[in-house]
Design a protein around this ligand. Structure first.
Ligand SMILES: Nc1ncnc2c1ncn2[C@@H]1O[C@H](COP(=O)(O)OP(=O)(O)OP(=O)(O)O)[C@@H](O)[C@H]1O
Ligand SMILES: [Mg+2]
Length: 150
């Protein structure tokens, strides 16, 4: 299933993340794709808010994984600098732990991703306008997509 929504401001992006975050469960994986500055971290901030995270969500390029503690752990990954041969296969352990994983530049670790995940692709349409495309191939993610985009 694939559905798309247009977003017109940063605060709307955070609100979208919040709506998604409220529906997340242990072991869920969110694969974010989109160019530099598309809004991946901004969306993750909303997800974190919904999970009750109080620590700051950002994505310094030299940090691959940051664990935030809320209602359940949020494993926030930024794999911009990671490739198939960079020895970061340990990351896949986090897909089976107690929390949810949100991965920026997820295409870089396509070989580590589980069979099903919630894909979120963000496109910058100019100014503060963004197209956000949600995709999922498993009922648990399709349910989220359907309730987030009506
Ligand atoms: N509708 C919008 N949604 C999200 N961010 C927006 C929007 N409009 C403007 N912005 C701005 O775009 C930037 C998005 O930055 P953000 O760090 O979320 O992007 P990113 O995709 O994580 O980039 P990077 O690949 O560098 O990690 C912010 O400066 C934000 O203020
Ligand atoms: Mg980012």
């Amino acid at each position: 299933m694939v559905k798309e929504i247009e977003i017109y401001s940063e605060s709307e992006m955070i609100a979208l993340g919040h709506r998604i975050g409220k529906l997340l469960d242990k072991n869920m994986v969110i694969a974010l794709t989109g160019d530099l500055g598309a809004g991946k971290t901004t969306l993750t901030k909303g997800i974190g808010q919904a999970l009750g995270v109080e620590s700051t969500i950002n994505s310094p390029t030299f940090i691959i994984l940051k664990v935030h503690f809320g209602r359940m752990p949020l494993y926030h990954m930024d794999v911009y600098r990671i490739g198939p041969d960079s020895g970061d296969d340990y990351l896949e352990e986090y897909f089976e732990k107690e929390g949810v994983a949100v991965i920026e530049w997820a295409e870089n670790i396509a070989h580590l991703l589980p069979d099903s995940y919630l894909g979120i692709e963000i496109k910058n349409l100019g100014g503060t306008k963004r197209a956000v495309r949600l995709s999922g191939n498993n009922p648990k993610y399709e349910k989220i997509i359907e309730s987030v985009i009506v």
